[in-house]
Design a protein around this ligand. Structure first.
Ligand code: HEM
Ligand code: HEM
Length: 237
């Protein structure tokens, strides 16, 4: 029996997050792509803030109250996986823990990235917002959280592979493409509020992404030089 578990917005969110994380991570540290990197990072941050709101307002299985993270649920999952799976058609207890950690790490990656710029003279803000004695501390923090994020993605993919290997019958891996799992459960449905919310969920981060990309048209690092050159021009006049 097939049941609809992941609604369309959840699947769009998943693939936007996966794709933008992969590109942002790959471009991280590449000076000439820092503009695209930071725009993608901010995009991820906003996407995840909306996902957290959806955790309180969204359809069944995406709500955090459907994330079984109590010690009793985790114990049952480890000792009697079959019964646990029947009880939790959405994320299983361990997957729920990984999902929460991914949301936190994605948010911290975006915040720490912005702090690097806020404590320097260049980048999205174009001027120094924060005075700190050692601005490199934010680079180190960013470095740590983005790598923790990567580790969580590897754990997530390992979990998905294990599920595909040992519980092929549930079709979990395909559920993130089609929305359906081969499991008997109450299907997920969306109300009008959730539909309108989903439009904002994707439109707002996309607008901010292009805004940040445009705002930073002058490559990071060159902005300061451009400003200095135009100041000199003014002096000559
Ligand atoms: C950078 C890569 C990826 C990231 C950051 C990521 C992150 C996530 C997140 C946050 C969720 C929870 C969705 C939600 O509740 O809103 C999720 C679920 C899921 N992901 Fe990924 N994912 C990635 C790659 C992949 C890939 C390559 C696959 C393989 C097809 C995959 C398969 C799944 C599946 C099947 C679920 C649902 C799991 C369940 O039923 O508990 N993910 N992923
Ligand atoms: C949310 C997803 C993000 C991911 C996965 C990510 C990933 C990375 C990675 C892998 C590096 C290279 C780190 C190293 O090897 O030292 C890096 C560096 C950097 N990122 Fe991000 N980043 C994200 C968001 C952001 C944001 C939102 C900004 C700015 C608004 C930003 C600004 C920077 C800067 C300035 C560097 C260079 C730091 C240095 O020189 O050490 N990042 N990022």
């Amino acid at each position: 029996m097939k049941t609809y578990i992941w609604t369309f917005p959840t699947r769009v969110f998943h693939w936007l997050l996966a794709f933008s994380f992969a590109v942002a991570f790959f471009l991280g540290g590449e000076e000439e792509f820092l503009n695209l990197h930071s725009a993608l990072g901010i995009f991820i941050g906003i996407l995840v803030v909306f996902r957290v709101i959806q955790g309180f307002t969204g359809p069944k299985y995406t709500r955090f109250r459907d994330f079984p993270v109590s010690p009793a649920s985790i114990r049952l999952f480890i000792t009697n996986m079959k019964q646990s799976k029947a009880m939790h058609p959405g994320h299983n207890p361990l997957a729920s823990l990984v999902m929460f950690s991914i949301f936190i790490m994605a948010f911290l990656s975006a915040i720490s990235g912005m702090l690097i710029f806020a404590s320097g003279d260049t980048g999205i803000f174009g001027f120094r917002l924060l005075e700190v004695s050692d601005p490199e501390i934010f680079e180190e923090f960013h470095d740590v959280v983005v790598h923790l994020f990567l580790i969580l993605v590897v754990v997530h993919l390992t979990g998905i592979m294990a599920d595909a290997l040992f519980h092929r019958e549930n079709g979990t891996i395909w559920s993130i493409f089609s929305g359906y799992k081969r499991i008997a459960a109450v299907p997920a449905t969306q109300n009008n509020f959730q539909r309108v919310f989903s439009i904002m969920w994707f439109v707002i981060p996309i607008i901010v992404f292009f805004y940040v990309l445009k705002f930073q048209e002058t490559p990071v690092g060159e902005k300061e030089n451009t400003e200095k050159v135009s100041d000199n021009d003014k002096d000559e006049d």
